[in-house]
Design a protein around this ligand. Structure first.
Ligand code: HGY
Ligand code: MN
Ligand code: MN
Length: 416
């Protein structure tokens, strides 16, 4: 087995240039990105990524969910590939690095192997998972979820965005319906480099997060039914106020999360009022509660308590209440062998590092259901993400990609 020297590193300037070039596609209004999944901007980003990969000698495969697989051959055609990836789609007011770093770090890893004429026994496949964010089509990690057998293709194709467009129709519209059956590919291992999206690494002064676990999640979509009425002429005692019920539920979610500290979070990011007119009490309010914790028992207890107390709140106000789970995964434990490859890579390269649990969900969570998988994290400024002001440094990106290179080479086995 070839020993990897600490001077074996990627080209951080080339990685940074690629990040900045990709950031020009689907620009936001405040310096970040709005490259939502299956939009024309997403399609443009896909084409740019495809051209870069083909320039690096990779061959493209696309599956029926639109996930892109870019393959660098190994010396052993029978060896299962090592997959390296993340996502190019962004939040509506997303940053330049969430997901994008992991995809372009995979490309930079390949470019570096090409520069040094390094061969590996196992092929390497750089992956752009479709619809990781779930911002336009819930749930998050939809394509990797179909890949892992968690969702059916029909379910995924039927998911609708707020304008009622379906995933299947939009994928066809942008011309990215692939031929491969989703999940037919088998992985030797999966690695994902991602920004932390939290404050820990920066606060602790660490360059690398050795990700051991990812916290579990529920997305609970509540539909509250009130009675549309005039906000001016309807006496307070005659109101069936779905908006008030929502406010009380949000307050309750906050206290449920605080009652499950340490390590639990809960909140709401998306609300729809109907008819959403200033002087009409809402007839319907639809919102999604997002709760997460690394502790499965806590996660289950939080969901049960929120659903029970929401029903009580609505009953007291005469508001109708229904709830649908539109997203879920249990807490994930990443593969110990791959985790130690990440840790030994950071040690070999002399990068400060610490164990960390991922607060955000990632495609690696579903990949872990079908193959050994793990993640590497780099800090982000102020822990800020899902915000156009999301920022990292070139040094952090370079260190994370160096660790990715070494860990992947350990698993893909350098030949010659
Ligand atoms: O929601 C998440 O954790 C991820 O950003 N999709
Ligand atoms: Mn992400
Ligand atoms: Mn994200």
């Amino acid at each position: 087995m070839t020993t990897l020297g600490q001077n074996l590193k990627i080209n951080p300037d080339r990685l940074w240039d690629s990040l900045m070039d990709m950031a020009k596609i689907g620009p936001g209004i405040a310096g970040g990105n709005n490259r939502q999944t299956l939009t024309d901007a997403d399609a443009e980003g896909r084409r740019l990524f495809q051209s870069w990969c083909e320039d690096a000698g990779l061959t493209m495969g696309v599956d029926k969910m639109g996930t892109m697989f870019m393959t660098r051959p190994g010396t052993d055609p029978d060896a299962l590939p090592v997959y390296v990836g993340s996502h190019l789609d962004t939040q509506p007011t997303g940053g330049k690095y969430d997901g994008v770093l992991g995809v372009l770090a995979g490309l930079e890893l390949v470019r570096t192997l090409n520069d040094l004429s390094i061969k590996t026994k196992h092929p390497i496949v750089v992956t752009n998972w479709a619809n990781e964010e779930g911002a336009r089509f819930a749930p998050a990690m939809l394509a990797s979820g179909v890949f892992a057998g968690v969702h059916s293709l029909d379910y995924a194709y039927g998911r609708k965005d707020p304008e009622g467009k379906t995933y299947g129709d939009e994928l066809k519209r942008i011309g990215w319906v692939g031929e491969e059956e989703v999940g037919a590919r088998k992985m030797h291992a999966y690695y994902e480099l991602h920004i932390e999206q939290g404050p820990i690494l920066e606060a602790e002064g660490k360059q690398i997060g050795v990700v051991t676990h990812c916290q579990g999640l529920w997305w609970l979509e509540f539909t509250l039914t009130g009675r549309e009425a005039h906000t001016g002429s309807t006496p307070m005692n005659l109101r069936v106020n779905a908006g008030l019920a929502m406010a009380r539920i949000l307050e309750m979610v906050q206290s449920v999360a605080m009652d499950h500290q340490p390590g639990a979070v809960g909140g709401v990011g998306q609300v729809f009022f109907s008819p959403n007119s200033r002087n009409v009490l809402p007839g319907q309010v639809v919102f999604t509660v997002d709760i997460r914790t690394p502790d499965l028992a806590k996660l289950t207890a939080m969901r049960a308590r929120i659903e029970a107390e929401a029903a009580t709140i609505c009953e007291a106000l005469g508001v109708g209440c229904s709830v649908e789970a539109v997203g879920h995964f249990d807490p994930v434990t990443f593969d110990p062998k791959l985790v130690s490859s990440v840790r030994s890579a950071a040690e070999r390269l002399g990068y400060s590092h610490m164990n960390i649990i991922s607060g955000a969900g990632h495609d690696a969570c579903w990949a872990a259901k079908v193959a050994p998988a793990t993640m590497i994290m780099c800090p982000c400024v102020g822990g800020l993400s899902h915000n156009e002001a999301e920022e990292i440094s070139k040094e952090w990106a370079g260190a994370g990609c160096d660790v990715l290179l070494h860990a992947v080479l350990e698993t893909a086995e350098v030949v010659g």
